[in-house]
Design a protein around this ligand. Structure first.
Ligand code: PMP
Length: 405
């Protein structure tokens, strides 16, 4: 069978990630990895989940094992609506759809908004999983520069010249993956201005929002939008939240908070895709969120804050001149820019072979294929001691590469 001839055109855009291939090498022992952007499993609230599952099976097993509604488990939607209110977004459960991780929300939003050839605005670099989700709907991309001086007309004309229409802008406002950077209040307001001028929705990816380690919290874009437009029903921002970084990524529970007109459409997608997210997992997340969310996320912030500070200090101590990095106030990532002309993918090979350390080369995060001299480091899983050793080794590999260049 000549499989390529039967695949749909969208498959042409869906490539195996070169990062995944490289990361297979990481199973070797003694490699210190700063590659995976995943939570430290030692910090999972395992005991709280054990108690929650036990309670569910003692009292509500038949509901937990049954099909349930596509919108999601009511008590969980109520809890999320309350939490959204606490961060400045007054809403009700009718504004909340539970998804199987926020990754599913990105896929649904691509499906909802993109016809082939449409333009999506996003940052260079951007979250790889967002590019992966959107690529299936065959868009073109244009570079979003929050706070930059490119106005609505410039975006509109660029799209028109390509025979396209701008359909949405996608941003991660807090501690973005991969850069760790946060949009200022002014940048958030100017993004809303741009979205208004183009009359497009703004997709706010809030996967890391709960993980702020220092500095003042900045209101989510959706809350600024609600303040402008008077109510969530009049807003243009679609907020994607997740329990993956706070409670458990393995249970695959995330949510969308948006005007009911959007939720109603997304519910149809959920019905077509998987009917609903796992009932049992939603019930367990509701139970654990209701009991320990505040104290658990506080513990996570304390622990990750120490690791983040250790990485920033170790970078200052060990990076050669010409290397610069972001200054994250939360999340899991620091983003390095190497001197122009250096190739982080090449550097990764040397780092793995010579110094047994790993990171993610930055190129894959750029929709236009640029960014080869960038890389992403995650501090979420390493102890401060490992971070110190790892950055010392990275400095060594970088110095050797700079001498060779
Ligand atoms: N958005 C961002 C920015 C992420 O980094 C991730 C996970 N790495 C996701 C969304 C998806 O997470 P999940 O599906 O587990 O909620």
């Amino acid at each position: 069978m000549e499989w390529h001839s039967v695949f749909a055109s969208r498959m042409g855009r869906m490539k195996a990630s070169e990062i995944r291939e490289l990361l297979k090498l990481l199973d070797q022992p003694e490699v210190i990895s700063f590659a995976g952007g995943i939570p430290d499993p030692a910090l999972f609230p395992a005991e709280a989940f054990r108690a929650a599952f036990e309670k569910i099976f003692a009292t509500g097993a038949s509901a937990a094992l049954q099909y349930s509604v596509s919108e999601g488990h009511r008590p969980l939607r109520d809890w999320i609506a309350g939490e959204m209110g606490r961060i400045g977004v007054p809403c009700t459960r009718e504004n909340i759809l539970i998804t199987s991780g926020s990754q599913q929300a990105l896929d649904y939003l691509g499906k909802l908004l993109l016809s082939p050839g449409d333009t999506a605005l996003l940052g260079w670099p951007t979250y790889l999983g967002a590019l992966g989700a959107f690529n299936a709907y065959e868009p073109r991309y244009d570079q979003l520069t929050p706070g930059g001086n490119r106005g609505a007309e410039a975006y509109r004309q660029a799209a028109e010249a390509a025979g396209s229409t701008v359909k949405f802008a996608y941003v991660s406002a807090d501690f973005a993956n991969p850069t760790g950077e946060t949009l200022s209040l002014r940048e958030r307001e100017s993004l809303l201005d741009l979205a208004e001028a183009l009359d497009i929705p703004l997709l706010e990816d809030a996967a890391y929002q709960a993980l702020r380690y220092r500095g003042e919290a900045i209101p989510p874009i959706l809350s600024l939008d609600v303040a402008r437009s008077g109510s969530i029903e009049a807003a243009r921002t679609i907020y994607c939240g997740s329990f993956s970084k706070t409670l458990s990524p393995g249970l695959r529970v995330g949510w969308v908070c948006a005007p009911q007109a959007v939720i109603a459409r997304l519910v149809l997608m959920k019905q077509a895709a998987d009917l609903h997210s796992a009932t049992l997992n939603q019930m367990a997340v509701a139970e654990v969120a209701q009991t320990i969310y505040a104290e658990h996320t506080e513990m996570l912030r304390d622990t990750y804050a120490t690791r983040c500070a250790a990485m920033l200090a170790a970078l200052t101590a060990h990076m050669p001149e010409g290397v610069t990095w972001s200054d994250p106030e939360g999340g899991m990532f620091v983003w390095l820019t190497l001197p122009r002309g250096m190739d982080a993918a090449e550097l990764l090979k040397q780092a793995l072979e010579q110094e047994r350390i790993a990171f993610v080369p930055g190129g894959a995060f750029f929709a236009d294929g640029s960014g080869r001299n960038t890389l992403r480091l995650s501090f979420s899983r390493a102890t401060p001691e490992k971070i110190e050793t790892g950055m010392q080794r990275l400095g060594k590999v970088l110095r050797a590469a700079l001498v060779a260049a």
